[in-house]
Design a binder for this molecule. Sequence first.
Ligand SMILES: O=C(O)CCC(=O)C(=O)O
Length: 293
Amino acid sequence: MRASTNKVFYLGENLSREQLDFFNQYGFIHFRNFIDKETLHRVLQEVNDVQEYLISNNIDKVNGIPLKFGQDTDGKLLIQRIAFASQYSRFLSGLLKDPRFSTIIKLLSPFKGRIGEFEKDGLVVNHYVNTVNSAYNRLGWHTDSPRDLFLGSRILPMLNVGLHLDNCPFENGGLRVLPGTHTQNLFRLLFRKKYFIDNRPDKNEVGFDIQAGDLTVHDGRLWHRVQQSAFEGEASRRRVIYIPIVTGAYQPKDANSATPFYHKLAKLKKNPNGRINWSLSEGKTAVAQKKIA
Ligand SMILES: O=C(O)CCC(=O)C(=O)O
């Protein structure tokens, strides 16, 4: 369902009172045209280059975070989730220095925020496409906060900033959020829905009419999911960059960082006989970091 809370804003030098109030009330906000077509083209090219580099160097984990592999429409290997992508691209890293991010950081006020380029999963590239062998075409309900609990920290407010690289009208699936759930108590944050298992639409959810180049920001405590595209192949392609804005102690990751437990859980696979395969393959770590060209 498309709800009246889905309003589109434009980002200026400062956040307007209306933008701040909207974000504080609902826990998300949508800005049109954050980047122009030329920048978008370059970002897509850089993402492609990073993927090529990771594949050709047999890297399946960056700073302890596993990459998610699938198959593209042409049968070629595709990385459907890349963590810390800006580590491999001077351009993507430079994008994070855009002064408008300082404006967005103010959404975290009164907390003092910073761009987590080297923290959490860094700059993440999500790439969804519906093909027979795509491992990643939707994502069940979750918030981004329990990851902090797994990592032994208390839940701190954070923002997840999504830079959308493809058009994705509401009818094509994409991001769905439950407005206002960022202010819930800990019990509701942990148990409102079954994390990542529940993919069912919620009568109160809100979707977006995304144009390539748009930016969305959601509070890390907000329940959200990704609705699978109704289309197959190229029409279903959806690429989004996510950038964490964090607060609290600086917790950078590097090539020696351990894989968080929740990522290991995600690797558990069912055997054909229905039993869970508990062997957790560690894979290779991206020790050989590409020098930023
Ligand atoms: O792809 C999206 O828009 C949301 C992704 C997301 O929620 C996640 O990666 O945790």
